[in-house]
Design a protein around this ligand. Structure first.
Ligand SMILES: [Zn+2]
Length: 352
């Protein structure tokens, strides 16, 4: 009797959770299965994005990002990207296209995102005499499409995200970008002060921005240019290093990943429909998502309320294939990509 009542209650709660998840709500509704707002049930997300493919970034930012195991997004300009490292070395620290295709391919292999910043970095839209003027449509399509194809071919991964030169945006530009990319970077925070230089920008200011996003429970997107010399350079690499250290120190509550991963997660999360039931030592759910699975295939974190669970196992019910899961004090987290398959989780309770 008792079990039945609990099952019905959890059924109702699970439905509510699915509704909340669809609205992009938080995972914190106790007692119900839910989709975590960010991967690993973290409070906020952060993505480092670095524009223009500057050699300065390769010299200073890349070693630091790799030292702290942080995957970043590089907005590159294919029409200005040289073939070889020798050609790239001839560019000045702040010159566009200071990293070669060879080098970008290595960065992609390290887990960084190589993303589209147009073919030659010409403004796509501007205001003249109070009127908005968009680039003529064939040219606009070439600036975006040619760059998209080049990255897809040279890197082997189609760019998922797009950032316009100078962040210029209009309805026309947005539509042109979305023809190729699910995501356009429209809202970002400048890592540094207003240009041309940010010599007085401190890690403390950057850290305070992260704290604001943690408080809001939102995804922060940093936009960076030069590190030491060139457009919007700050006083030195130590500003970046101190900030990366800070990000790492917040790892239990902050999800640090490429803009592609974070934005893909949030889009899947908002579109997905979770239906499931929980009992004292067992849960079942399906996580369906109407988005194109060829593009949206990242695992979401499903949160199952369970106190002091031990011997946890998560698997696809039909195939028995195991799924990654982790146990927290009062919940189980399962990483699973949306599909039509039912997922089953079983656990025991730790002895009191
Ligand atoms: Zn740019």
């Amino acid at each position: 009797m008792k079990g039945y009542a609990a099952l019905i209650t959890t059924l109702l709660l699970a439905t509510t959770a699915a509704l909340h998840a669809a609205e992009g709500g938080s995972a914190q509704s106790a007692g119900a299965i839910s989709i975590a707002k960010f991967k690993g049930d973290r409070v906020a997300g952060v993505s480092m994005t670095l524009d223009d493919g500057l050699r300065n970034q390769d010299e200073y930012a890349v070693p630091l990002l790799n030292k702290y195991g942080i995957k970043a997004t590089f907005y590159v300009i294919p029409g200005l990207t040289p073939e070889t490292n020798e050609e790239a070395a001839k560019k000045k620290p702040g010159d566009h296209g200071g990293m070669s295709w060879l080098r970008l391919k290595e960065l992609a292999a390290q887990g960084h995102e190589i993303a589209n910043h147009t073919w030659t970095h010409i403004p796509l839209t501007k205001i003249k005499d109070g009127q908005r003027i968009d680039m003529e449509s064939a040219k606009l399509d070439a600036q975006i499409g040619q760059a998209y194809e080049a990255i897809k071919e040279r890197i082997g991964v189609a760019p998922f995200t797009f950032a316009t030169p100078g962040n210029g945006i209009s309805d026309v530009v947005r539509a042109a970008g979305h023809k190729y990319h699910p995501v356009i970077r429209e809202h970002c925070e400048r890592f540094g002060a207003w240009p041309p230089t940010s010599k007085d920008f401190t890690a403390k200011q950057a850290n305070a921005m992260v704290d604001r996003y943690l408080k809001k429970g939102d995804a922060l997107v940093w936009m960076m240019h030069a590190v030491t010399e060139g457009y919007n350079a700050f006083s030195g690499p130590d500003v970046l290093e101190d900030h990366l250290k800070y990000l790492r120190s917040k790892e239990d509550v902050l999800w640090i990943d490429t803009f592609a991963h974070v934005s893909r997660y949030t889009m899947e999360r908002d579109a997905a429909k979770l239906t499931g039931i929980v009992s004292a030592d067992h849960a079942e759910f399906t996580l369906a998502c109407p988005l194109d699975a060829a593009l949206f295939h990242d695992p979401l974190t499903v949160v199952i309320p369970a106190n002091q669970a031990t011997k946890v196992e998560a698997r696809y019910k039909k195939s028995g294939e195991k799924l990654p899961c982790e146990v927290r004090a009062d919940k189980i987290l399962v990483q699973v990509a949306p599909s039509d398959q039912t997922v089953e989780i079983t656990w025991h309770h730790a002895q009191k």
